[in-house]
Write a protein that binds this ligand. Structure first.
Ligand SMILES: [Zn+2]
Length: 439
C-alpha cells in the first residue's frame, strides 16, 4: 500500500488510495467496544423517529422488502403512496390510492422501502436511498439508510451553514463525518440497528431538503477525511464532539460526562468565538423557579445522589437561602453547586452537579456550565447570601453555549474568516488527532 504524507497547515494528513479502515482496532477506554467494520460499508443508518403511530412514504416505483424472507410488493413506473402502522413486531402496510386505500398487508419487521429514483419522501422531506421501518410497541421507528457523504451534504445547513467560509465549513464537515463514522463503528460492534439519531442527541438531519451546491462542495472538498487516532495501518476515529460556542476555553469530556475519551487529552484556549451571540449571557431566577425546576428534573431523572428523603417537600415548599458554586474545572466550568433551603425549622443542603443542574433548569436557559452565580435584589448585586423577601433572585452569568468539548463552531467560523485553513482549525480544537483520508 503506497501512501503520500502531506502537511496541510500544521496538521499531518495521510492520504491513501485505499481505505485504511479494514483493520480498525479497539479503542482503549473501558466503555468502548471492539471495533471491526467492513471497509466498504459507508452507509450510515439515521434514526428519523421512533414515536409515530403512522408513517406515510411516497416515491416513484417503490419496492417493499420485508423481514428475513424479503417478500416484496412493487408499483411499477408510477408514483405511489404507502401508509405503515406498527404493532408488536409487525408492520401493516397499505397503499393509498385515489379511490381509497388498498387492503392492508401484514409484514414482518423490518420493512425496507426502496426506490430506483434515488429519493423517497417521508414527513414532507426528501430522503436519499432507502427507508427502513421497525415496529416498536405501538409506534413505528423509521430509519434512513444513506451514503455517509450524502448524509453530510444534508447535514451542513442543519448543523451549521454553507454560507460560512469554505475552510470553516470543511473543518465542520470533517468533525461531523468523524462523529458519524465513530458512531457507525460503535453501533455495528454492539449490533444496534441504527447508528445515529437525526436530532440534537447526535447530529440534526432533515434529509436532503437543505442541500445546496455550497454544502456539496464543502463535503467534496474533504471527501473521506477523518480525525483519527492510532497508527496509519490501524486508524481509529475519535468521537469528534463539537458545540456552538466555548466561551473562551474548551473542556475535557471527563469534566462533562464523567468519563475520558481517547483523543481528548487537552482542553484549549479559544480566542475566536467572542462574536457569538451567546458568548455571554445573564439569567435571573428566583428561588421558587429554581425549586420547581429541580423538583421536576429530579422526579423525571431521579434524585441526585446524597439528597435526603424529604427532597420533594424541600424543593416544593422550602425557601432557597443560598446557592453557591462548590467546585469548578481548571477551565472554569461548574462541577458542583451547593443549595441551602429553609424547610420549616430545618436547614437542608442539596448539592448537585453542574451538568445535572444545567439539564434540569434547562440547557437553553443555562447555556453552558461556564457560569458564576450572584445573589441580588432589585437590580443591586450583593455579596454573599441573598436577602430575604420575594424579590431576591440569583443571577447566572455565563459564557458560551453547549458542553464545550472539541470544536467550537463559532470559533471555527471566525478562524475561517481570518484565513486559517481547515487543517489549522482542526489542529486547534482536536490537538491530539491525526487527519487521514480513509476513503
Ligand atoms: Zn470558542
Amino acid at each position: 500500500m503506497r501512501r503520500r504524507i502531506l502537511q496541510l497547515s500544521q496538521l499531518t494528513i495521510v492520504l491513501s488510495g485505499i481505505c485504511l479502515c479494514s483493520s480498525v482496532h479497539a479503542l482503549t477506554t473501558p466503555h468502548s467496544k471492539i471495533i471491526s467494520a467492513s471497509s466498504n460499508n459507508k452507509t450510515v443508518r439515521v434514526r428519523l423517529t421512533e414515536t409515530i403511530a403512522r408513517a406515510e412514504v411516497r416515491g416513484f416505483d417503490l419496492s417493499l422488502l420485508a423481514g428475513p424472507t424479503r417478500k416484496y410488493s412493487t408499483s411499477k413506473d408510477k408514483m405511489s403512496r404507502w401508509e405503515f402502522r406498527c404493532s408488536n413486531g409487525k408492520v401493516r402496510a397499505l397503499q393509498l390510492l385515489e379511490k381509497g386505500a388498498s387492503a392492508a398487508i401484514e409484514l414482518p419487521e423490518p420493512v425496507t422501502i426502496h426506490t430506483p429514483a434515488g429519493f423517497l419522501s417521508f414527513g414532507g422531506k426528501p430522503y436519499r436511498n432507502e427507508l427502513r421501518i421497525y415496529s416498536k410497541g405501538s409506534t413505528c421507528e423509521v430509519i434512513n439508510e444513506v451514503d455517509l457523504e450524502k448524509y453530510l451534504d444534508g447535514l451542513v445547513n442543519s448543523e451549521f451553514s454553507a454560507r460560512w467560509n469554505e475552510d470553516a465549513i470543511a473543518a465542520q464537515v470533517v468533525a461531523a463525518r468523524t462523529y458519524a463514522y465513530y458512531q457507525m463503528l460503535q453501533a455495528r460492534a454492539a449490533n444496534r440497528h441504527y447508528d445515529v439519531d437525526a436530532t440534537i442527541k447526535d447530529q440534526v438531519y432533515d434529509g436532503s431538503i437543505r442541500e445546496d451546491f455550497r454544502s456539496s462542495r464543502a463535503v467534496e472538498k474533504s471527501h473521506g477525511i477523518v480525525l483519527t487516532l492510532g497508527t496509519a495501518n490501524a486508524p481509529v476515529p475519535l468521537k469528534a464532539f463539537y458545540h456552538s460556542t466555548c466561551g473562551g476555553h474548551t473542556e475535557l469530556p471527563q469534566n462533562v460526562w464523567g468519563n475520558p475519551h481517547p483523543g481528548f487529552k487537552r482542553a484549549v484556549r479559544c480566542e475566536f468565538c467572542n462574536r457569538s451571540p451567546v458568548y455571554s449571557w445573564d439569567v435571573p431566577m428566583n428561588g421558587k423557579e429554581i425549586g420547581q425546576a429541580l423538583k421536576a428534573g429530579a422526579l423525571k431523572g431521579g434524585a441526585f445522589p446524597g439528597w435526603p428523603k424529604n427532597w420533594k417537600q424541600t424543593l416544593q415548599k422550602g425557601q432557597l437561602l443560598d446557592l453557591r458554586i462548590a467546585h469548578i474545572t481548571p477551565q472554569g466550568r461548574v462541577l458542583r453547586l451547593r443549595t441551602l433551603w429553609a424547610d420549616g425549622p430545618n436547614a437542608v443542603e442539596l448539592t448537585i452537579s453542574g451538568s445535572r443542574f444545567r439539564e434540569w433548569i434547562g440547557s437553553t436557559r443555562i447555556k453552558s456550565a461556564l457560569f458564576q452565580v450572584s445573589a441580588e435584589r432589585a437590580g443591586k448585586r450583593l455579596a454573599g447570601v441573598a436577602p430575604p423577601g420575594n424579590k431576591r433572585e440569583w443571577h447566572f452569568r455565563g459564557r458560551g453555549n453547549g458542553h464545550g468539548v472539541g470544536m467550537c463552531q463559532w470559533g471555527a467560523k471566525v478562524m475561517g474568516e481570518k484565513g486559517y485553513t481547515m487543517g489549522a482549525i482542526l489542529k486547534l480544537y482536536y490537538p491530539d488527532a491525526i487527519l487521514r483520508r480513509l476513503w
